[in-house]
Design a protein around this ligand. Structure first.
Ligand SMILES: [Zn+2]
Length: 188
């Protein structure tokens, strides 16, 4: 028996950066960009608002880039304030490094276990092992223990016990955080 689960983003993650106005540390992007052309050089920023005081912060996307070297599709998305582009950029480690930001994905994703109604999933037959492939629709760092608990309706303590007993096994370490596809097996 096998299942496919997917970690799906439900909204943009919170951007963690200190607000210079109110010293709070959480910003929300909504897909708004600012594009500035100076002669042949282009700057572009993703805008994010402080969740406390509403102040705007700018995350550098393009810096002094020759207009002709920018893909027209990218320019269109920037001008259209495309949320999908914002999501893609926030997932780019290079963008995060350049802007000295981290992300908080709490409450910004859900686990899709493929069932029509996850609350009423049929109980699997006793003793039958189940193999689960977990895919990530975005690079969202989550704890496998939490995913497994949520997917099977168990507590995290129960999942940790199953792992300790060798009844949940995987080729990856299940103790930390993962943001890439993995597979695990629940033996009983
Ligand atoms: Zn603020």
């Amino acid at each position: 028996m096998s299942e496919n689960w997917v970690v799906v983003p439900t909204c943009l993650p919170v951007v963690l950066r200190r607000c210079p106005r109110c010293a709070f540390g959480r910003f929300r992007a909504n897909g708004a960009f600012r594009v500035n052309a100076h002669h042949k050089l282009l700057d572009a920023w993703l805008l994010a608002l402080c969740t406390r005081c509403g102040d705007t912060t700018k995350l550098t996307v393009l810096e002094r880039v020759n207009v002709r070297s920018v893909r027209p599709e990218l320019l269109d998305l920037l001008h259209a304030n495309d949320v999908g582009l914002a999501a893609e950029l926030l997932q780019d480690p290079g963008v995060r490094r350049r802007n000295h930001i981290a992300l908080d994905w709490d409450g910004a994703w859900r686990l899709d276990t493929g069932g029509p109604d996850q609350a009423h999933r049929p109980h699997r037959p006793d003793g039958e092992a189940i193999e689960v492939s977990v895919g990530f629709a975005a690079r969202i760092p989550v704890r496998p223990v939490r995913l497994i608990a949520e997917g099977f309706g168990l507590s995290r303590a129960e999942v940790e016990r199953l792992i300790a007993e060798g009844n949940v096994v995987s080729t990856v370490r299940l103790g930390g955080r993962l943001c890439g596809d993995f597979t695990f097996m629940l033996k009983r």
